[in-house]
Design a protein around this ligand. Structure first.
Ligand code: FMN
Length: 231
C-alpha cells in the first residue's frame, strides 16, 4: 500500500505521533512518503486563478508537483493537523488553498475516487474534531469516497505531556483503524460522491463552471457524456 502523509506542521508532536502509531499498525507491504508543512511547500495562494487554466500554470507548480505526484500515486492519504484556534493549522489551510482546483467544482482527478483518507487532529482541550472536519470537508470535494476523521483532546501541549491513559486510548483507536485499513479493499464510490459528481457535471454542462477550459477538461474526460471517473 502506498501511503502519503501530509503533516500540517513541521514538528513531531501529539498529532504526528498519533499518525505514526496508525501507520506502524498497518500490516502488509507498504511504502510511506511524508511531507511536512510549511517545510515542503512554503507558499500561499495568491488568488491569480491561473490554475483554472491548467494546474501546471500555478506560479508555485514546481513546488507543488512533488506533493501532487505522490498524492496521485497513493492508496491512502493521511492528513495531520494540530487544532490551532479551533481550526486546522495555517500551513494546512495554505496547502488546501493551493490544491483548490482538485475540487469537483473545478478539475477533479480520477485517481481520487479510488483512495481512502484519514484526517487526524489533536487539541489540548476542545476543537480537534472541528479541525479534522474542516480538512475532511475539502477531501470530500476532491472526490475521495472514504474519509475517516479522528479528533482527540490530549490535554497536552506536546507528546511527552500526553497522559499515559490518553496514549493507551490512541494506541487502541489507531490499532482498530489500522486493522481496517490493512484490508486495503477496493474502494466503492458511495451515493454522496456520485451525487456531488453529477451535480458538478450539470454545472459544467450549463456553463456555470469557472472557465471555458475547465469545461473542456470535463469534456476531454468524457464526463459530460456519461463517463465516470470510477469503475
Ligand atoms: C497557536 C495555537 C493555538 C491553539 N489553539 C487551541 C485551541 O483552540 N483549542 C485547544 O484545545 N488547543 C489549542 N492549542 C493546543 C494544541 O492544539 C494541542 O496542544 C495539540 O495537541 C498540539 O499538537 P502537536 O503536539 O501535534 O503540535 C493551540 C496551540 C497553539 C500553538
Amino acid at each position: 500500500m502506498k501511503i502519503v502523509v501530509i503533516n500540517g506542521q513541521n514538528h513531531k508532536g501529539s498529532t504526528w505521533n498519533t499518525a505514526k502509531i496508525l501507520i506502524e499498525g498497518i500490516t502488509g507491504e507498504k511504502e510511506v512518503r511524508e511531507f511536512f508543512l510549511p517545510r515542503d511547500l512554503n507558499r500561499f495562494c495568491v488568488g491569480c486563478y491561473t490554475c483554472l487554466e491548467g494546474r501546471e500554470k500555478c506560479p508555485f507548480w514546481e513546488d507543488k508537483k512533488p506533493l501532487e505526484d505522490a498524492m496521485l500515486a497513493a492508496d491512502l492519504l493521511v492528513f495531520t493537523t494540530p487544532n490551532y484556534c479551533m481550526m486546522p493549522s495555517a500551513p494546512m489551510k495554505a496547502f488546501l488553498d493551493l490544491f483548490f482546483t482538485y475540487w469537483l467544482t473545478h478539475r477533479p482527478h480520477e485517481e481520487m475516487f479510488k483512495k481512502r483518507a484519514v484526517v487526524i487532529s489533536t487539541a489540548a482541550g476542545a476543537g480537534a474534531g472541528k479541525a479534522a472536519k474542516l480538512v475532511a470537508g475539502n477531501l470530500v470535494n476532491w472526490g475521495i469516497p472514504k474519509i475517516t476523521r479522528y479528533g482527540l483532546s490530549v490535554n497536552a501541549m506536546n507528546w511527552e505531556m500526553v497522559p499515559e491513559k490518553k496514549k493507551a486510548k490512541i494506541r487502541k483507536d489507531m490499532g482498530k483503524l489500522a486493522k481496517k485499513l490493512s484490508k486495503n479493499k477496493p474502494m466503492r464510490v458511495g451515493v454522496k460522491t456520485r451525487a456531488l459528481f453529477w451535480f458538478c457535471g450539470g454545472m459544467q454542462k450549463a456553463n456555470w463552471g469557472a472557465s471555458a477550459s475547465e469545461k473542456e477538461y470535463w469534456q476531454s474526460k468524457g464526463w459530460l457524456d456519461g463517463k465516470k471517473p470510477w469503475k
